[in-house]
Design a protein around this ligand. Structure first.
Ligand SMILES: [Zn+2]
Length: 444
């Protein structure tokens, strides 16, 4: 059964984009620990066929979103019914929703090198995002420079970023900030929001905004808007809901492509909340840093660190669920981080800032306590102490987060473009609030 399904999936994608007609996203409410465990087992045993869009949270009343193909739907509904678990339909027809959104982008002109024409309210192709990086750096050349990560993606794409260093303030070594978008391919709101924030911060700096001046004249910023270059490209051409990288898992005999890059970071790699099965969307890879894109970031930031630059602030931007997640992710039993109170307060500052725009609510807390533990995550690597062995330590940034952006489950990964602007405007207020808290704490 499994191998037939895989062959079918490969055949379909060879000729056209993957068709999700008749797929639904069901929203299930587990009531007990037994329910949660049952869902976890199902997530593992049916990794080929069910796509868990959201994590199984350890919060009473919280829901789990599961994308289900048509042919499994009635059996699953029966099972949920037997378990007396409440179920609702979050997305009636995933294929139709994708086609509706596709229609809107088909007629569009490709963005070409004129920043004044760049439309921040649509989702762009990978090449357009790379071009935008070049163009925004040219526009703000007094404070922004272009960089490339030291390794390409698996398929050989260059991964670009923006370094921002204000012209005021101290001319010596400054502490660093690292923001990264798009590590999960289908989370399109992440690169879009990160680009929007970057633009707003740069405009505010030029306009003399006191907080933007403080940010860029105190710290060195490194922003990579779209890290999973191959996966993102694949979501634009072949499979809108692809999550992982596009490495081929040669030698595993699975026939399945891709690793979950946010289970591939080298700190506490391969533990709970990951999968050793290459067809799983949580596949942790053959070893830590097996994915070129993750190793590229680690090499890039370790090189800064080796040259005397400490990092203060690390955010890996994802969607969806509206969460600010701090370390630890890999274990709920691990002693709390030494600055757990500050991590939480900075997270709440982010949530307060976001809420102040139009009331959007974010939940704040350590990943492993909000959810099940998940090992090899970016926020743990960002936080964990530096180690001279690349495959063991982290970056040592005292403020390190995974952010899950909009929404809480009307559209999930298929968030419409008309929410990009509000996502950008509310999130930048969160960034201002969190950054202000951090700089105050540090006396900077
Ligand atoms: Zn994600």
């Amino acid at each position: 059964m499994r191998s037939i399904l895989v062959v079918l999936a490969l055949t379909v994608s060879a000729f056209a984009a993957k068709d999700y007609s008749g797929y639904q996203v069901l929203r299930v409410t587990p009531r007990t620990d037994e329910h949660r465990q049952w869902l976890r087992d199902m997530e593992t045993s049916m990794a080929d066929e069910l796509d868990f869009w959201s994590d199984i949270k350890n919060i009473p009343g919280s829901t789990v979103d599961i994308m289900v193909p048509n042919r499994l739907r009635s059996n699953l509904l029966d099972l949920f019914n037997v378990k007396r678990m409440q179920v609702s339909t979050m997305i009636e027809d995933v294929g139709q929703l994708i086609r509706d959104q596709e229609k809107e982008r088909i007629e569009r002109q490709v963005y070409t090198q004129d920043l004044s024409t760049f439309d921040y309210t649509i989702y762009h192709d990978y090449d357009e995002i790379q071009q935008w990086v070049v163009d925004i750096v040219n526009e703000y050349s007094t404070i922004a420079t272009h960089f490339e990560l030291p390794k390409t993606s698996y398929e050989g794409r260059t991964i670009s970023g923006i370094k921002i260093r204000g012209t005021g303030g101290d001319s010596g070594t400054r502490k660093g900030v690292y923001f990264e978008g798009g590590i999960h391919a289908r989370e399109w709101i992440s690169p879009a929001t990160l680009m929007y924030i970057t633009k707003l911060l740069l405009e505010d700096y030029m306009a003399g905004d006191a907080t933007a001046l403080r940010f860029f004249d105190t710290l060195d910023w490194y922003i990579v808007p779209s890290l999973n270059a191959d996966g993102y490209t694949y979501t634009r051409t072949d499979d809108r809901l692809w999550r992982k990288t596009r490495s081929n898992n040669e030698g595993t005999g699975s026939g399945c492509m891709g690793t979950d890059p946010n289970r591939n970071w080298p700190y506490e790699w391969g533990g709970q909340g990951t999968s050793a099965y290459p067809c799983s969307i949580l596949y942790h890879g053959s070893n830590a840093l097996s994915e070129s894109e993750v190793e590229a970031v680690v090499d890039f930031l370790r090189d800064k660190k080796d040259n005397g630059q400490d990092f203060l602030w690390f955010i890996d931007w994802h969607s969806y669920s509206q969460l600010v997640m701090s370390p630890w992710s890999f274990s709920a039993e691990e002693p709390d981080p030494y600055n757990i109170d500050q991590l939480q307060a900075a997270g709440e500052a982010m949530a307060d800032g976001i809420r102040s725009y139009s009331g959007t609510e974010y939940t704040v807390g350590p990943t492993a306590k909000l959810f099940d533990p998940a090992a090899g995550l970016s926020n743990d690597w960002g936080y964990a102490p530096y180690n001279s062995e690349k495959d063991q330590g982290g970056l040592g940034a005292p403020y390190s987060y995974v952010m899950e952006l909009r929404d809480t489950g009307t559209y999930g990964f298929l968030l419409p473009e008309d929410q990009i602007e509000d996502s950008g405007k509310e999130t930048v207020l969160g960034v201002y609030a969190m950054g202000t808290y951090i700089l105050d704490q540090e006396g900077l």
